[in-house]
Write a protein that binds this ligand. Sequence first.
Ligand SMILES: Cc1cc2nc3c(=O)[nH]c(=O)nc-3n(C[C@H](O)[C@H](O)[C@H](O)COP(=O)(O)O)c2cc1C
Length: 217
Amino acid sequence: MTLSLSVDEALATTRAVRRRLDFDRPVDEVLLQECLELALQAPTGSLRQDWHFVVSTDPEQCQAVGAIYQEIWLGRIDDNYLAKAAAAETDPTARADWLRMMDSARYLAENFPRAPAIFVPCIEGRLDGAPAGLQALRWGSVIQAAWSFCLAARNRGLGTCWTTVHLAREQEVAEILGIPYDDVQQVALLPVAHTIGTDFKPGRRKPFDDFVHMNGW
Ligand SMILES: Cc1cc2nc3c(=O)[nH]c(=O)nc-3n(C[C@H](O)[C@H](O)[C@H](O)COP(=O)(O)O)c2cc1C
């Protein structure tokens, strides 16, 4: 069963979910498979489908991977870091939003090992030091599919949060999940869980005109 969200509703309300992940409720693999089927409909450069998607609902794997995330995040972000980074944002609303987001990110770090499922989109072949064009080709394919997964998950009452900090210890995560590190590059690590409630709102963003350049820059 899905929430039957319209495409626009799903696009506007697929948030980085952290505090509203239900860590105590298992996720049925059938739901994950449905999301993955939809993800595989995403475009790939030259239809190469040079991607892999590692999903785990194994409690030991989720716990071990989540513990790595937790160690890196908590080891890296302290009050000093937060104060310095917040000071760099001059707009008070954006600063308050950022601090709230970091508070939520801390909550995720503290609880990541409890995630009932994890999703790791990967690229076939490592891109370390590759030219920008090749990087764009490969990242541009897998990320679209992974975001489709997030949208499909949202429509099934599942929350996700795109994260990348585990890449500092990518090889250890590869070992836990059996990913052949020399041949496959991880792109992100997402917790997947049922959301607590299914009503999500559009996020606040900086003004449209700061970023959009119609008919030239
Ligand atoms: C490339 C990328 C890396 C991210 N890394 C992290 C991360 O390591 N930890 C985390 O909690 N959130 C991470 N996020 C989530 C962002 O904080 C989130 O998408 C952003 O704040 C917007 O949140 P919203 O959708 O709830 O408005 C990442 C998002 C992206 C796109």
